[in-house]
Design a protein around this ligand. Sequence first.
Ligand code: CTP
Length: 397
Amino acid sequence: MLKGKKILLGITGSIAAYKTATLVRVLTKAGADVRVVLTPSALSFVTPLTLSTLSKHPVHSAYVENEETGEWANHVELGKWADLMVIAPCSANTLSKLVSGECDNLLMAVYLSATCPIMIAPAMDLDMSDHWTTQQNIDTLKEKQVHVLPFGEGELASGLTGKGRMQEPEEICDAITDHFDPRSKLKGKRILITAGPTYEAIDPVRFIGNHSSGKMGFSLAQAAADRGADVHLVAGPTHLQHDPLVQRYDVVSAKDMFEKVTLLFQEADVLIMSAAVADYRPASIADKKLKKESADLASIALEKTEDILAHCGSNKTKQLLVGFALETDHELVHAQRKLENKNLDLLVLNSLRDEGAGFGTDTNKVTFVFPDQVKEGVLKLKTEVAGDILDEIERML
Ligand code: CTP
């Protein structure tokens, strides 16, 4: 999993340092190239010999490695070498220095020279981990994009029990693996997406349809598959191609779509109804082509189609429901009403008043309407809008 990844492990003075031998072992076993830098106080807890044997590289703890030869541990080179610098365990003292920038040892010099992402696994005693200065330092580091792993809980070296332990080596290794290959929350989730128009037959050659191209739904299916979701796409008539990883079901009418979606819905984690489903269909379909003189073509009696989304909304158990709405006036009022009536978690609103939004175009401008908030978007490619919608779904999951 970590083949070829260059990981610089910084070890500080905490009793949890004894676990770093296992951490180095786990990381090298996963294929990582590991180099180790220790603070002077870490040397009281773990020996350089153990770590150099496990990492198969000399470890560094002082600016001058060899007093006789005057060999210099190049902190800049080490800092630039790494793909990721992991400080584990990170003591309260080092945590504070990471914020202040105090540079009184090799580890701090490497940290200040590093241009790669930084991850830390703090370890300290119960009250130290709870102290407001620790919490403030953690918040500052998070703001600066340092990946701070949470404290582990359990028995502490002091005999107290609670928060403060370093994450286990295997957990740190998982976090490092996630860093290089972020696992989307959609991974393995079953996402049911509908796309395109529906065609409602009048007779064997005519139908009532709409201009939906299916681009939004197909973009969503592609983006969800890229994030590792198990994607099931129910598509109305369209010429669009789908990703081989997507399971596609072609349907024609609203009734076909209703049947397919309600069947697949039970097993789904998320339903995204981006199809432009016809609201009405001819009450009866002529079995022969109607002649233009025939009175039946002058006016066609219509009946309502099944509202697929409303049906799923009133039968949802665990599923997250996302609907679309295209409005021309009083957009937000209509959207909020639909969100509530159909029991949705998110309604993606398009306004036909926005140029470049809606049917057929490659772009879209949407507003996200949630039960408790509204987020306005800007004009983007449909592929980008698909990513935004999935980000919101991930957030809700
Ligand atoms: N939808 C559905 N089944 C239908 C009609 C629409 O599942 N028979 C879904 C669409 O896929 C979309 C949302 O419901 O996600 C649109 O809501 P809807 O109230 O039907 O919008 P409009 O058709 O625009 O309704 P209105 O004419 O009332 O504005």
